[in-house]
Design a protein around this ligand. Sequence first.
Ligand code: ZN
Length: 579
Amino acid sequence: MVNFNNEFLVKEIKRRLSIINLIEGYTSIKKTGKGYVALCPFHDDHNPSMHIDDEKGLFHCFSCGAGGDMLGFYMRLNGLTFPEAVSDLAKRANIAIEKNTAPVKGHSQTNTLLKINSAVSGFYHRALLESRKGASARDYLEKRKIPSDIIKEFSLGYAPDGWDTLVTYLNKHNIPLPLAEKIGLVVKKQGGGGYYDRFRNRIIFPIRNVEGKVVGFGGRRINDSDEPKYINSPESEIYHKRRNFYGLDNSKDHIRRNKRAIIVEGYTDFLSLYSAGIKNVVATLGTSLTRDHVAMLRRYTDRIVVVFDGDESGVKAAVRSLDIFLEEGLLPGVVILPERNDPDSFLASNGTKELDKLIDTAPTLLDFYIDNTVSEYRNGDVTLKGAVKEIADVLVKVNDPVLRSSYIKKTAEKLGLGENEVLSLVRFGKGQWKAGGLKTPKTHSNHEKLMLNILLTYPELSRIVAEEDWEGCISDREIGSILEAIVVRGIHDVSSLLLSFQGSAAQGLISQALMSSPGIPDRDTAGKMILSCIRKLQRAKLDERLKSLRLGIDDAVKNKDAELEKRLLTEYTDLRKQK
Ligand SMILES: [Zn+2]
């Protein structure tokens, strides 16, 4: 096996190739006073919004937020996985890939964990196909009309009933149980003394990453009396549910060919669509959609349709996902199935053609959101003022000015208002957002961004940060994970940092921080600035907690819950003192 995941190789590629030459092959580049700008190939760009820094080897689009190094650019543009991109660029740079280049730290362990998963996946698959006990699982899949070629393609399996079936298998094959525990296959017995199987009497869905490696498992109950309905592998070194889709390794070529991706909510929905011939589909894994998810799909297409169940939680999930898409500069279509339907039941009673039709004619998520808010207003659930404000808050985030003004017009028509009344609210929102009033959450993300900026420029300052209580007060998950990589894991070199966030939205944040001029004069000042950032974030966190305590106390008084009131009040006074 060629070992691609190699920091040395990546650095050698970057040393030999120029990011300017690479990007120039895809879009026209202009030299400006300070550097280079280009029309961004990742969104519909009319003014060059992409900045390229040849010396740092970075690109960043200040309109859609795409950014990273040349590998990131090449992967995203060509819809490639990391090893594919490294292999292409190494060829271009005339580097022969050695078979035994030194692996990066921790890599061999990752490989071992993946190998264990692959063996276990085979074990479960055989148990489904061959074992006598697997009959109930086979019956279940037959009832759900999942054909045998799909069972094979996705290596569906059966975890036998009993506490130590897998433990016995692992022992027999000399697979260390502590390693299996690391990836959640077995669980340590309480009070020490051995392990037991996590998945028992369940249908097993191996979760593969985009390269086809098994990173985790999902288990669905067969008996309705077993709780919970689904059990998934816990987060581990190799499995991050917020960064993985179910099925993408099988569907990515269909997505490329169809130039469209459909997102559903779980592996059973996925298999229903895939079996019905709608193969350009992926599923989230028991989590709502994240920016990493959207960034990952973008490698294959920017036309996305999300399909949600026809119930209240489906509508809520649709509304929640809107922000994520807008932040990534995308506007997906949305299908909310008719009431009390999920994709499986819809397909069973209406057929593939009907679902295809719904997908083809899906309104955009923004249209859906506006209509949903307008009907809330008509039902009397929100006031007119509340409805306009809610919609304006979302329209502020639409980057494209033409699109934004067409939605302002639509909103005004639907609510029977003048365009100006909506416009002024959107403008007001934008002003507030840019100027950053002290209490808006955006300000506190500005302090978070500044911290990132400083640490990327002066990574040695992470010593100061490590002594502070900073982790709890970072609210942006992506920024938090980059800071964690720098401060806790000690990754101080930009190339390695980008490498550890391959294909994730965090790359754009790193390139943005490095390419916007931070105005930090020297290290001493930077040290003072970063401490002041941490203080401000801590204070904001404290204020937030105080505010929610005040609301909680009000509620407790209203509900005459004296005990709760007392408890909250004690916490409140303690925190006030701290402040
Ligand atoms: Zn862009």
